[in-house]
Write a protein of this length. Structure first.
Length: 206
């Protein structure tokens, strides 16, 4: 048995499937009919959990690339860097022309990075690109194209997402702390347009 919450537990039959018991009082219940459970269940970081005919269907992080590009209609909308990503050396995930650059750097103990300063360079920024660093908890990111829902992803501690273009919204699934990084100078609400998001009864995670 693997404890999931104060009022129910799951029996693992295999990594992709678990059986649920006593769900009625679960703090992970969601009025939409979806159920979210902690990342340590079955030893995997879960992307989603959804009730289907009394069983729990899961997608775990091992089924996805450590670096995922979220593309909508042929356009790159986001880059997700999993907490599992640990390739050696420097790896940039963004092309040079992006106004927000993001990279992974992994070095052995004793590696020396030369001291340096950054020179003043004039740049033009037309669209905000923001990076979210998940420090603890779980966050669902919903992606939109022209205010229409397209797909979702769930991030956990150690994951990073760079939001490049398109619309996005969020729902906190577990108590969350995250760091947001975006370009300045700060423009207040001038750089965003809020819209009424309509989510389908069944979210997509592909």
């Amino acid at each position: 048995m693997v404890a999931v919450g104060p009022s129910f537990e799951v029996r693992r039959s295999r990594v992709e499937k678990v059986e649920l018991r006593d769900l009625s009082q679960s703090k992970y219940a969601n009025p939409s009919g979806k159920w979210y459970i902690p990342s340590d269940v079955a030893g995997a970081l879960l992307l989603r959990a959804q009730i289907q005919d009394g069983s729990l269907e899961m997608l775990d992080r091992s089924n996805r690339s450590a670096v995922e590009e979220v593309q909508i209609d042929g356009e790159l909308c986001a880059i997700i860097i999993s907490a599992q990503h640990d390739d050696p050396g420097i790896q940039f995930f963004t092309p040079n022309e992006y106004s927000q650059q993001i990279a992974s750097m992994s070095y052995p103990s004793g590696k020396v990075i030369p001291a340096h300063t950054h020179n003043p360079v004039r740049r033009e920024v037309f669209y905000t690109q923001e990076a979210l660093f998940i420090r603890k908890g779980r966050l669902r990111v919903d992606f939109y194209s022209q205010e229409q829902y397209r797909t979702s992803r769930v991030l956990g501690a150690g994951d990073v997402v760079l939001l490049i273009r398109g619309g996005h919204g969020f729902e906190v699934l577990e108590d969350l702390n995250m760091v947001e990084v975006k370009q300045g100078p700060y423009a207040g609400d001038k750089d965003k347009t809020r819209f009424s998001a309509v989510l389908p009864s069944k979210l997509k995670f592909d």
